[in-house]
Design a protein around this ligand. Sequence first.
Ligand SMILES: Cc1cc2nc3c(=O)[nH]c(=O)nc-3n(C[C@H](O)[C@H](O)[C@H](O)COP(=O)(O)OP(=O)(O)OC[C@H]3O[C@@H](n4cnc5c(N)ncnc54)[C@H](O)[C@@H]3O)c2cc1C
Length: 285
Amino acid sequence: MIPAPFEYARPTTVDEALQAMAAGGEDVKVLAGGQSLIPVMRLRLAAPETVVDLGRVTELRGVREDGDALVIGAMTTHSDVLADPLIRQHAPLIAQATETVADRQVRHRGTFGGALVHADPAGDLPAVALALDAEFVIAGPEGRRTVPARDFFVDYLTTAVDEGELLVEVRVPKLDGQWGMRYEKFNRVAQAWSIVAVAAAVRRENGHITEARVGLTNMGPTPLRAGAVEAALSGAEATPEAIAAAAAHAAEGTEPSSDLNAQADYRQHLATVLTRRAVTAAAGL
Ligand SMILES: Cc1cc2nc3c(=O)[nH]c(=O)nc-3n(C[C@H](O)[C@H](O)[C@H](O)COP(=O)(O)OP(=O)(O)OC[C@H]3O[C@@H](n4cnc5c(N)ncnc54)[C@H](O)[C@@H]3O)c2cc1C
């Protein structure tokens, strides 16, 4: 189908974008890679009055270091993320998850920020951002604010980015040294969305796991941290038995949906299996 008519603005700076959004009327949509927004507009599930295209806002694109954090611009494409040596070095979990996102064409257009603001429960990057304790820098008419990942994902397809606001960049703490990471995704066919996936980051010292962070994809309307698994792993021996015992808690507190791909109880079973695999690999076993 053809989208309903809309006004179109193509700013070149964040300030111009915010002005265009403020002047755009009742229903303004920001266009990033368009991989989610355009299909929704073509189906007329969204009919914004104005579309503000961020494609020429170059300040939103790229990856840089800032002390002990990586700063990833919202308009950095999935392909740019995959090619970036800083991400491979300091946050390989992001690269591993991005490799599983869709196909080359989608990764060429789709953006890191767009995927996070879209916040699809089956999207791969939200659980990764949550596991890495990322921070989200949001710009609006009143200035900029920073929101931690635990407060960013509010509900199904809903984030802390309010109307009239833009996600500018995401700050990801560098996890170097004894940290290992693994993203384990289960999907029906290659290049498809996650039925369930698990993002694990584990710090190992002297044969023990000193800290573990585990994010769950598609186990509820928002990405979740597997708190009971993290607590069970903290201080545990880095052995297959201890990891399997901790992973058995992965479904605690989750509310996965039932759909054509999987029933909720199957998703909960998958979460325990994928958590065991992800933590085992992240711990280097
Ligand atoms: C066939 C197909 C398969 C896919 N498979 C996967 C998959 O396996 N895993 C996965 O994780 N994703 C998958 N995706 C989604 C992909 O990751 C998209 O890139 C992503 O959902 C949206 O990113 P985008 O840059 O295209 O955003 P857009 O479609 O342009 O925007 C999406 C939403 O976010 C808002 N938005 C975008 N950027 C900003 C910003 N900076 N500030 C405020 N609001 C913003 C828009 O207004 C819109 O509401 C798939 C997509 C397709 C088409």
